[in-house]
Design a protein around this ligand. Sequence first.
Ligand SMILES: Nc1ncnc2c1ncn2[C@@H]1O[C@H](COP(=O)(O)OP(=O)(O)OP(=O)(O)O)[C@@H](O)[C@H]1O
Length: 227
Amino acid sequence: MSEAMLRLTGIEKTYNKGQTGEVQVLAGADLTLAKGEMVALVAPSGAGKSTLLHIAGLLDVADAGRVEIGGEDMTGLSDRRRTAVRRQEVGFVYQFHHLLPEFSALENIVLPQLANGVARKSAQARAQELLEQVGVGARAGHRPSAMSGGEQQRVAFCRALANSPRVLLADEPTGNLDPGTSDQVFGALTGLVRGTGLSALIATHNLDLAARMDRVVKLDQGQIVAG
Ligand SMILES: Nc1ncnc2c1ncn2[C@@H]1O[C@H](COP(=O)(O)OP(=O)(O)OP(=O)(O)O)[C@@H](O)[C@H]1O
């Protein structure tokens, strides 16, 4: 069997909703992503996709179950180590780009590398290379406000990949774009990921885009089932 890059086992999560009581969102979710595998996660709104992505990306902690990244068990790590692993091994993309408005596209991709100890020159070279790969190299000096929604999202992909993570988690990455742009931007994301060995879990409502992934899974009653 191929090497597992992200493995979720028996993930449980219950939220306390105050007066309306508790709601169990994840009830023993199991999912394994092989190295280099791209998997689409589809589910109705409110089914728990964001919750699962946050737990997989070490932004939130499950009530029960285990998260392994690159074969390392993340359960019970200190906050400091979790943050370090997250910064190094996990890339996130959201529906909204969340780029820093006062910085250029290039700087938005340079900054996370500097935070990881990369020298500015190499960080700039990598940022420019990533921007070229997604077709916005000529926009490197532009601030996000001077770019289209599709361009902003391409830059956000580059930023997520800046530190060469092993796992990419994307939460409706094209949810804000019109269908044509969405298709092209999704293609750019796929192009960036393919060939790098990066494993990607991509939540989407778009079934056409989901069908372009290696595999589709669904969240059904808090568990992962084949799509
Ligand atoms: N911090 C929280 N406190 C209480 N309930 C929460 C919290 N976060 C999420 N929930 C609830 O958990 C359920 C799952 O939420 P989640 O955001 O994971 O779903 P989702 O599948 O990503 O939805 P969408 O597609 O609309 O983004 C929802 O019913 C939501 O209201």
